[in-house]
Design a binder for this molecule. Structure first.
Ligand code: AHG
Ligand code: MN
Ligand code: MN
Ligand code: MN
Length: 341
């Protein structure tokens, strides 16, 4: 006989649909691999809670806002929150036995966790704080993560096994530190949204099987770079300027701009420029995890020329142009890029 659903309090079962339970429900399996993935997502949720807490009281504490005075491997000025968040991900996965290597925007070389985690387990690639320029002005920022299966040996310490195309990701997602803290993830079975309930300290399932609209009104791009773009991207921008029904939204933080596009439809672009033909966004821990997610939600992601998930980076911090969002809007941008010049 099937058990009667919990009818004492209809929100009780909803409040118990935590991330770790949801992963097991998604996989319809409780074997070791499923348990590992469930535990990994739970650790990522812990990282999100620790970072959300730090951000929420940043204005009240010393040494949280502002710059460290260092520059990272990207040549960017590092924020104190970049370093804090980077260390949070390392701290939550140490002694976890789940992840044997972490690589991030803020680290020149991957961080190895040799103890109790033999090679062959999972690896985590992440952008600890995405949209750092928003931290000191209290606007939304995010964390982006990508989980892969570690394969091969890594004798020369160059972590070549991390240089895989995005299609090989096992799971990917982001945490959005906004008016509420949301964790959006996919393990290849659709896109699901969890909202942090601070009174519980738990991420609770708020939207299941999120689908991106096939078209949307938003185009999101930094038009300050207009004169540096290749002509097709200028043509696309002139087109949307002329055609009613489009609206520009750009926050300076990819995760926030992406979340709006995922919910309302439209397209986000970070084109290549004359000086930086590869654009600014990093493949392994920005574009590829978001491309995985958006394709799972029925959207598209490309460099303008080829599917983003087919890009195999040649180095850890490789960049690529990004066009991502609703299928119709991405196809429109691609139609300009692929026009015979
Ligand atoms: P990060 O803060 O992790 O370095 O990422 C910033 C990225 C991305 O979040 C955002 O879309 C883009 O930089 C904004 O770049 P511009 O200021 O050049 O528009
Ligand atoms: Mn950065
Ligand atoms: Mn980023
Ligand atoms: Mn970052």
């Amino acid at each position: 006989t099937t058990q009667a659903p919990l009818d004492t309090d209809p929100t009780l079962d909803r409040d118990c649909t935590t991330l770790s339970r949801h992963v097991l429900q998604q996989l319809k399996s409780y074997d070791a691999a499923a348990q590992d993935l469930s535990a990994i997502m739970n650790r990522i949720a812990l990282a999100g809670k620790l970072i959300a807490r730090q951000l929420s009281r940043a204005g009240l504490m010393a040494n949280v806002l502002g710059f460290t005075g260092e520059t990272n491997v990207q040549g960017e000025d590092v924020k104190k929150m970049d370093v804090f968040a980077n260390e949070v991900f390392i701290a939550v996965f140490k002694q976890s036995g789940l992840v044997c290597r972490l690589a991030s925007e803020e680290m020149e070389k991957p961080y190895y966790i040799p103890e109790n985690c033999p090679i062959g387990r999972y690896t985590l690639l992440y952008d600890p704080i995405d949209g750092s320029s928003n931290v000191d002005i209290n606007l939304s920022v995010g964390s982006i993560f990508s989980i892969r299966q570690q394969e091969g040996d890594d004798l020369d310490g160059e972590a070549k096994d991390l240089l895989q195309a995005g299609r090989k990701q096992v799971a990917a997602g982001y945490i959005l530190y906004g008016p509420s803290t949301m964790l959006v993830y996919s393990i290849g079975q659709g896109v699901h949204v969890f909202t942090l309930d601070p009174s519980l300290g738990e991420f609770i399932l708020s939207t299941e099987n999120l689908q991106i609209p096939t078209h949307g009104p938003v185009y999101s791009v930094n038009e300050g770079n207009f004169w540096e773009w290749d002509e097709p991207f200028r043509e696309f921008t002139r087109y949307v300027h002329r055609h009613p029904g489009y609206t520009a939204r750009y926050s300076g933080a990819l995760v926030g701009d992406m979340h709006r596009i995922l919910m309302q439809g439209g397209v986000f672009l970070y084109p290549g420029t004359v000086n930086k033909p590869e654009g600014k966004l990093r493949v392994l821990y920005e574009s590829a995890p978001l491309a995985f997610l958006v394709e799972q939600a029925g959207g598209k992601a490309s460099t303008g020329k080829e599917p983003l998930l087919d890009v195999t980076p040649t180095k850890l911090h490789a960049r690529s142009p990004l066009v991502i969002g609703s299928p119709e809007d991405v196809a429109l941008v691609e139609s300009f890029v692929n026009r015979p010049q």
